[in-house]
Ligand binder design. Structure first.
Ligand SMILES: [Zn+2]
Length: 497
């Protein structure tokens, strides 16, 4: 199965899923939206399609990229882009199979469920997975699963490397009008690449690492990794076992020849430095005069909007800051108006995936001139949450020798409830904010958050209201809450225009 020529892309236009080829998609011969039962696999499929489009058809500049978004490729352009690269995308290639190495040594085969994040580890209660373990995957779904494992998942455990962005990075994609346009919206031009990655020119000479090979225990500087290699980097040594039988694919559900196992082998090497992935933001801190960069990930149960500033805002206070996602920087430099984003990633505990996230955000027109406001909106919401938390902490703990608390810790529970209750509000704020009038936006959000926080405080202390011994704790914690809310209001009024 070759990803450049065979029908493997699962799309849906009028109800039924069908698989189409890359040519049909990019040349506008067939349309439809991606369609797989699991949203994480759908997201990984989109990432893979973007990576292929990027390396085959890197547009020179803004003008050509806009033309690509507007007009499908011609057949000749498609064929030209694929020239010399077919061998890299063949899942069963005799020497350089897609995202695999030949000659992997393993005593036994690993079942396919190991390639489907969160299926095999038994702790995936938050997942909605189809019943039963993964029996087998078709060639298209194996390719997507390999890509997902290489870029989005924790490693397979000790001795196995995780992806080049670290364990479970957040991935950001810009949403276009349809699937074809979405792909192009996430492709960097040569101009943008030269800005993000001055060594971009290496792209023409370094094929994917599973084609070029990786030396065991080697140290590879990130600046020696070109565009193609960076987008097709297999961190682990995997090799598929041959197809066993035909059946219903555990991912897409179609009746197809299935792969049921693969070989994996421990393998170590080091990448020195950070490779600037086009779909990832980076945070940094200056430590001992050295800039240390990291890819943000969902490390807590906080909702994804908490991370939004890191993804879109350029920030540098001399000690720490954020580099926004390169494709967003590019769109900003084009002066694009509205920004529609898809944000996805897993939350893990070492090799175990605890949760998967996949959310859409929109930023109103004007974002390109004032991304800073996104940071301010998020900080403001976090401050209100903190006010609630501190008041509830006092209510629960009391003050020694003055009054007793309720003896229950309501803070974590109400952090979660605060996030649930404000999720919609935050999404709406980002989508409707008037970027030219920051004060109005911040004030409007502040008064909504204030109402919400008072409501949640009332709800939390309600069961204790009839207890005379709680009167002091109630009064003191409410006073503290009001004090914080006043301070926040005063602070809100001081925002610069
Ligand atoms: Zn399948």
């Amino acid at each position: 199965m070759n990803l450049l020529t065979d029908a493997w892309i699962p799309v849906q236009q009028t109800g039924l899923m069908e698989k189409i080829t890359l040519q049909q998609l990019l040349c506008g011969e067939k349309q439809g939206e991606l369609c797989l039962p699991r949203d994480d696999m759908e997201f990984a499929c989109l990432q893979l399609l973007v990576a292929i489009t990027q390396v085959l058809f890197t547009p020179a500049d803004r003008k050509l990229l806009i033309q690509r978004i507007k007009q499908p490729l011609t057949h000749e352009e498609f064929v030209e882009g694929c020239e010399g690269k077919l061998d890299w995308f063949d899942l069963e290639h005799s020497e350089t199979p897609f995202m695999q190495f030949r000659g992997v040594k393993a005593k036994e085969l690993t079942p396919m469920d190991k390639l489907m994040a969160g299926v095999a580890d038994g702790t995936n209660k938050t997942f909605v997975n189809p019943q039963g373990l993964v029996a087998g995957l078709c060639a298209g779904c194996v390719s997507i699963a390999f890509y997902n494992t290489a870029y989005n998942c924790p490693s397979m455990g000790g001795g196995f490397k995780s992806g080049m962005r670290g364990s479970t990075p957040i991935t950001v994609l810009i949403r276009g009008e349809d699937l074809r346009q979405t792909l192009w919206h996430n492709v960097l031009t040569q101009d943008s690449l030269a800005r993000e990655m001055p060594w971009y020119g290496l792209a023409t000479v370094t094929p994917p690492n599973y084609v070029q090979g990786v030396v065991r225990e080697s140290k590879i500087p990130a600046s020696k990794i070109g565009l193609i290699q960076g987008l097709f980097w297999q961190p682990a040594r995997f090799e598929l076992a041959p197809i066993e039988f035909e059946g219903s694919c555990s991912c897409c559900g179609q009746m197809l020849p299935l792969y049921t196992g693969f070989k994996k082998e421990k393998f170590n090497y080091t990448i020195d430095g950070v490779w600037p992935h086009p779909l990832s933001a980076r945070t940094f801190a200056i430590k001992k005069g050295q800039k240390e960069e990291k890819f943000p990930s969902f490390t807590t149960t906080q909702p994804s909007w908490v991370h939004l500033a890191k993804l879109v805002v350029e920030k540098d206070n001399g000690k720490e800051g954020y580099h926004p996602v390169p494709i967003i920087t590019q769109l900003k430099s084009f002066g694009a108006k509205r920004l529609d984003l898809m944000v996805g990633g897993y939350r893990n505990n070492q090799a175990t995936v605890l949760e998967r996230r996949h959310e859409m955000y929109s930023l109103a027109n004007g974002w390109q001139n004032n991304t800073q406001l996104v940071d301010e909106l998020i900080n403001q919401a976090q401050e209100f949450k903190r006010a609630l938390r501190k008041a509830l902490y006092l209510f629960g703990e009391g003050v020694k020798d003055r009054f007793a608390g309720a003896g229950v810790n309501l803070t974590d529970q109400y952090d979660t409830i605060f996030y649930q209750q404000t999720e919609q509000l935050m999404h709406e704020s980002f989508a409707e904010v008037d970027f030219d009038q920051p004060s109005i936006t911040l004030d409007a959000l502040a008064s909504s958050l204030k109402r919400q926080v008072i409501k949640l405080f009332d709800q939390a202390v309600f069961p204790y209201q009839q207890e005379p011994k709680m009167l002091k704790a109630l009064a003191s914690s409410r006073r503290l809450l009001n004090k914080y809310l006043k301070e926040l209001e005063a602070h809100g009024g001081n925002h610069e225009q």
